[in-house]
Design a protein around this ligand. Structure first.
Ligand SMILES: [Zn+2]
Length: 271
């Protein structure tokens, strides 16, 4: 079987589904992780918000290149092939910027060139900026022309509501595919006691499917997350705490969970 996990940022698929992906590749499935916001920051000044984040992360303009290197190591742990889209993270995006070499790529608003669209925390967890409606279409076009028809495509539910996660889901849903979904970790960890908060994000008639992971799979999940070195301190004080948190999340969720379309007939192959 062939699986493609759509990852809004470079660490989302590893964080949310690393254990399951490892089990799938061990079993001989072909898995790819497609990261949507893997592009370099545009030329020019960063927003004060992005500059502040860079200071806190102790990185310079090479931040994204370094994160792609970390991701390659993570993909190696999971035996998956990565694919990177050229869109920058929302903290870098400005009105009027173009991200694709060809195709539908009209500047979104030439009256406000250079205005930062997500200048603070509130913005990155708010609604998608109206100027980015064309970007959703462009991304949907790229996904539509690149996704192989024989792959199961797995998309984030957008637990936590980050705009890049919303963008990924909206674009994926424009493409006529029977999508599967995953809960965005670690955001989803805040809602394990209120599963209805996660369920309400799953499409009507989708089916919650639970998969058992072996201990080696949970260990590999930890190694895949650990490879994203620069991100660890955002969530955990150290690697041991991270590994314990993954294990606990797995237990509290009752397994590794995906939501599939109701009419999917491939579950027998997943046992
Ligand atoms: Zn993310």
């Amino acid at each position: 079987m062939k699986w493609i996990y759509l990852s809004p940022h470079l660490d989302d698929a590893a964080l949310s589904c690393g254990g399951l992906i490892w089990e799938q590749t061990q079993r001989g499935d072909q898995v790819e992780i497609w990261t949507i916001c893997a592009g370099d920051p545009p030329m020019g000044e960063l927003s004060p918000f992005a500059a502040e984040l860079h200071r806190r992360w102790q990185v310079g303009v090479e931040a994204v290149a370094r994160r792609r290197e970390e991701d390659l190591a993570s993909c190696q742990v999971l035996s998956v092939a990565p694919r990177y889209f050229p869109l920058p993270d929302c903290i870098y995006r400005r009105a009027g910027d173009a991200y694709w070499q060809s195709g539908r790529n009209t500047p979104q608003n030439i009256e406000l060139p250079g205005v930062f669209l997500y200048p603070d925390y509130q913005a990155i967890f708010g609604p998608i900026h109206p100027l980015e409606s064309a970007l959703i279409e462009q991304l949907a076009d790229r996904l539509g022309e690149s996704l192989p028809s024989d792959a199961v495509v797995v998309c984030p539910l957008t637990v936590g509501g980050h705009v890049d996660h919303q963008l990924t889901r909206l674009a994926a849903e424009r493409v006529q595919r029977n999508l599967w979904y995953y809960a965005d970790y670690p955001y989803a960890d805040d809602f394990v006691q209120q599963p209805e908060q996660i369920e309400r994000l799953s499409p009507a008639h989708s089916v919650r499917r639970t998969f058992r992971l072996s201990q080696p799979a949970i260990q590999a999940w930890g190694r895949a997350v650990a490879a994203h070195r620069s991100q660890i301190s955002t969530f955990w004080p150290d690697l041991e705490t991270m590994q314990a948190a993954l294990q606990e999340y797995y237990v509290r969720m009752g397994g590794a969970v995906l939501w599939s379309p109701a009419d999917s007939n491939i579950e027998d192959k997943l046992a």
